[in-house]
Write a protein that binds this ligand. Structure first.
Ligand code: XUL
Ligand code: CO
Length: 443
């Protein structure tokens, strides 16, 4: 640990964070996340694959629409130079190393400043990528996924791939091409497409079919470029229903899957699901995970939580054990993460302005997921929940149900069956209240 620290230490006096067990009163220790502890035959570190985000943790300022930033970030010295970008990279790796997070994630523009033109911007990016590569090598910390920021610059006011302006589509394509190349260079485990402004503010000025066709073509081009450069990482699409636009095309897991199917992309992209996006779509996170899992497309998660009394994307750190239990029940059910992981797309509150608050936030999130993982494993080990669900569908395991599932009967045979039966006499209780009590036995 910390073998790479040479010059400046940005989180002086903090870390490394260690597992001290549930009795510990040390706020900067894990009570439940014990990376080497085996759960269902796999160490927790490999189950959870925690990742820290560049945009909130290193680049966030704590500003909101009513006020400027409040966060103290010792690496933010001087203007937006390459020197500052390199400092931010070192701060990121110091943080991940002290926290014990094996991965990080970034947008291209988080890591290096835009230049006068695209060529200069690409050169800026290359300079910082070189340093990130070195930091990855020195620490063993890897890139969970890269992405391109296609929403902050004014050129993307109408969207990127779905812009009404073909020049913007071209610019976005060039930017994603480069972002894919640097993600490949850093051996990223994946690449995320979040449709930053791919949606509309009003249908009065929008040709929806044309925009969706363009988005499909854009992703086809990305798949082709991935193949051309030999990038083996997993592509993901990240659903979100609104914000910044009134309606985002990738609104939820089901909408994304339908879009991917329509444009022949289902074999090439899985889903990166974010809790607060699912709740903004009117779903639970577990709902969207189940939708993705059923389609074989559960890829990765952006771990955070919203405030259900507020209608926007508050990106809070997850601390709710029911939430993490539900998430891990579904993740384990579908075989766990392979290329994906638990990426904290979350930020401290504006009032939590000290660097140490970043540690409190991540330690809490990691412990909440560790508990969710252990509780989900215990529920699975106990077996009563799974046995109940299996039994509930027992009528499909033999006889008529089995014949229906195997496509052996049609409406005519079923009519004969129903006429003979007279009335259904075999319904059983759904036992929701008992099942809720059962979950509480483990929490
Ligand atoms: C926005 C969001 C993004 C994506 C990456 O709500 O979640 O940060 O995760 O572009
Ligand atoms: Co996200």
């Amino acid at each position: 640990m910390n073998k790479t620290r040479t010059a400046t230490e940005f989180f002086a006096g903090i870390g490394p964070i260690r597992y001290e067990g549930p009795q510990s009163k040390n706020p900067l220790a894990f009570k439940h996340y014990n990376p080497d502890e085996s759960v269902e035959g796999r160490p927790m570190r490999e189950h959870l694959r925690f990742s820290v985000v560049y945009w909130h943790t290193i680049r966030g300022t704590g500003s909101d629409m009513f006020g400027v930033g409040t966060w103290q970030r010792p690496w933010e010295v001087g203007n937006n130079s390459i020197e500052l970008a390199l400092n931010r990279a070192r701060a990121m790796f110091e943080f991940c190393e002290k926290l014990g997070a094996p991965f990080y994630a970034f947008h291209d523009r988080d890591v290096a400043p835009e230049g006068k033109n695209l060529a200069e911007t690409n050169r800026n990016l290359d300079k910082v990528i070189k340093e990130l590569k070195k930091l990855q090598r020195d620490t063993g910390i890897g890139l969970l996924w890269g992405t391109a920021c296609l929403f902050a610059h004014p050129r993307f006011m109408h969207g990127a791939a779905t812009s009404c302006n073909a020049d913007v589509f071209a610019y976005a394509a060039a930017q994603v091409k480069k972002a894919l190349e640097v993600t490949h260079e850093l051996d990223g485990a994946g690449y995320v497409f979040w449709g930053g402004r791919e949606g509309y503010s009003t249908l009065l000025n929008t040709d929806m079919k044309r925009e969706l066709d363009h988005l499909g073509a854009f992703l086809q081009m990305a798949v082709a470029h991935k193949r051309a450069i030999g990038f083996k990482g997993q592509f993901y699409i990240e659903p979100k229903p609104k914000e910044p636009t009134k309606h985002q095309y990738d609104s939820d897991a089901a909408a994304c899957l339908n879009f991917l199917r329509q444009y022949n992309l289902l074999d090439h992209l899985k889903l990166n699901l974010e809790t607060n996006h699912a709740t903004l779509a009117g779903h639970t996170m577990q709902h969207d995970l189940e939708v993705a899992g059923a389609a074989g497309a559960l890829g990765s998660i952006d771990a955070n939580t919203g405030d259900l009394l507020l209608g926007w994307d508050t990106d809070q750190f997850p601390t709710d054990i029911y939430l993490t239990t539900q998430i891990m029940l579904t993740v384990l059910k579908y075989g766990g993460f392979t290329t994906g992981g638990t990426n904290f797309d979350a930020k401290c509150r504006r009032e939590s302005f000290e660097p140490v608050d970043l540690f409190h936030a991540h330690v809490g999130g990691m412990d909440a997921f560790a508990r969710g993982l252990k509780i989900a494993a215990a529920i699975r080990q106990d077996g009563r929940l799974a046995a109940f669900v299996k039994d509930r569908y027992g009528s499909w395991d033999s006889g008529l149900g089995q014949q229906i599932e195997r496509g052996k009967v049609g409406f005519a045979e079923l009519e004969q069956y129903a006429l003979k039966m007279g009335e259904v006499k075999t319904n059983q209780s759904g036992r929701q209240e008992w099942l809720e009590n059962l979950i509480n036995e483990f929490i």
